[in-house]
Design a protein around this ligand. Structure first.
Ligand SMILES: NC(=O)c1ccc[n+]([C@@H]2O[C@H](COP(=O)([O-])OP(=O)(O)OC[C@H]3O[C@@H](n4cnc5c(N)ncnc54)[C@H](OP(=O)(O)O)[C@@H]3O)[C@@H](O)[C@H]2O)c1
Length: 429
């Protein structure tokens, strides 16, 4: 057997403690799979006395995570989180001295991925971050290795478990967003500040990383169009179901004639599409490759065990001596591509309008659509009581987003339209 691989772990929270547990529980099988032992030589976290449910006897403790750089480790495992501060300093420090890095930190990779990849390559170190995207789903290894022969036309994923849990609960229980979010917070499924999850930011971090891996372009979080799920109502979910659709928060990256288009927003997807069936806190990624066709990967996107599974998979690869560019292609070969704007995309649209129940309202709306060249596919006017506004639900044929936005502005300004129109894009998967 070769010499043990020495690792130092920064961060002993959900993922850090989960990683140490998994390394201990599966030590025998891991040793057989990489031909050497994996030894934890040092750890760091903020609070030394905290019980983390793992045996730390014989492991060096350092208060300052940067001191892990001097513990003789072959690999630094960064599981603290945050795109700046200690996490960034530790990862940069390790790579600068040629020490391999494994991280689960999507914010760090989304914001500094290219610079960190360059640093890793210049110093012949591995920078691996399988756990940063979709927790336990081996999406990065799949893009790099298993599906590495393909050109990808589109990748669409449920990349945030909390958002999917909220939408699924709204759908199953007919409840509204605020109500389900409050319950998810009380149960500890959603953070006290839920904006990362429900406003699409977490999904955007992961999508920007996927785009770089799929298309060999620099990570560009700033060009992701981001919309969250706060505006989705129980009524939208019911109407979508009546039309044969489910509402999912998707992160979508695709190569269009205008460039790479990255977007995170709620979508109506056909009930029969495999991704529509992904319920609760699960993640899923739908890939379209020119050789393989369609592939759907599904699994737990968060949690101690699933995330540790990905962290340890990266450690295993390093223990085997694998060496690869962090984003699959060498950072100096990455081409800065044009990013397409969402205004240029074409989609079908679902619209929900609350209007006064009086003659001529529908004619005003259809006149705006006709002028904008928007063709309506279906239109349902729902029954209403004298105290509630009339509700119109429409779907369109393929329409340019810029034309739809212009039409929506005009519709919103009609005196007969009582609320801002609800628009949700329809994605065919
Ligand atoms: N949780 C998941 O399911 C999941 C899934 C995928 C990716 N991730 C990513 O994994 C990383 C860790 O997430 P987590 O959920 O495990 O977080 P967590 O439970 O909050 O744990 C963070 C750990 O880092 C330590 N820490 C934070 N700042 C530190 C500092 N300045 N110096 C020393 N130690 C510090 C904390 O110490 P104390 O314990 O002493 O406070 C804690 O042990 C994040 O990048 C996250 O985005 C998490």
């Amino acid at each position: 057997m070769s010499t043990p691989l020495k690792i130092a772990v920064a961060g002993l929270g959900t993922v850090g403690a989960g990683t140490l547990k998994l390394l201990a529980e599966n030590a025998d099988i891991l040793r057989m799979r990489c031909g050497r032992a994996i030894d934890v030589v040092a750890v760091s976290a903020r609070e030394r006395g905290k019980d983390r449910g793992v045996d730390l006897s014989g492991v060096k403790w350092v208060d300052d995570p940067l001191a892990l750089l001097d513990c003789g480790a072959d690999v630094i495992v960064e599981l603290m989180g945050g795109s700046e501060g200690a996490a960034r300093a530790l990862v940069e420090g390790a790579l600068a001295k040629g020490t391999h890095v494994v991280s689960a930190n999507k914010a760090l990779i989304a914001h500094h991925g290219l610079a960190l990849a360059k640093l890793a390559e210049d110093n012949h170190a591995v920078l691996a971050f399988e756990a940063a995207v979709a927790g336990g789903i081996p999406i990065i290894q799949s893009l790099r290795d298993g599906l590495g022969a393909n050109r990808f036309s589109r990748i669409a994923g449920i990349l945030n478990g909390t958002g999917n849990y909220i939408l699924t609960t709204m759908q199953k229980q007919g409840r509204d967003f605020d109500d389900v979010l409050a319950e998810a917070q009380a149960l500890g499924y959603a953070e006290a500040d839920p904006s990362f999850d429900v406003d699409g930011i977490d999904a955007a971090h992961k999508l920007a990383i996927l785009t770089s891996l799929a298309y060999g372009v620099p990570v560009d979080i700033a060009s992701v169009h981001i919309e969250g799920i706060r505006s989705i109502s129980a009524a939208d979910i019911t109407h979508a179901r009546e039309l044969g659709y489910r509402i999912k928060l998707l992160g979508i990256t695709e190569m269009t004639s205008a460039g790479v288009l990255q977007r995170v927003h709620p979508c109506l997807v056909r009930e029969a599409a495999p991704i529509a069936a992904i319920d609760g806190a699960f993640n899923a990624i739908h890939l379209e490759g020119n050789a393989v066709g369609r592939v759907l990967l599904e699994g737990a996107g968060a949690g101690a065990g699933p995330t540790a599974s990905s962290v340890v998979a990266d450690i295993l690869q390093i223990a085997r001596g694998a060496h690869y560019y962090p984003f699959t292609v060498k950072s100096s070969d990455m081409k800065a591509v044009k990013h397409a704007a969402i205004a240029d995309m074409t989609s079908r649209y679902y619209l929900r309008l609350s209007v006064k129940d009086e003659p001529g309202v529908l004619a005003q709306i259809t006149a705006i659509f006709a002028k904008a060249g928007i063709s309506v596919q279906s239109l349902i006017q729902h029954d209403h009581t004298p105290d509630t506004p009339a509700r119109i639900v429409m779907t369109t044929h393929d329409t340019k987003e810029s034309a739809m936005q212009q039409a929506l502005q005009q519709i919103a300004s009609l005196a007969t339209v009582l609320e801002a129109p609800q628009m949700i894009r329809m994605e065919s998967l």
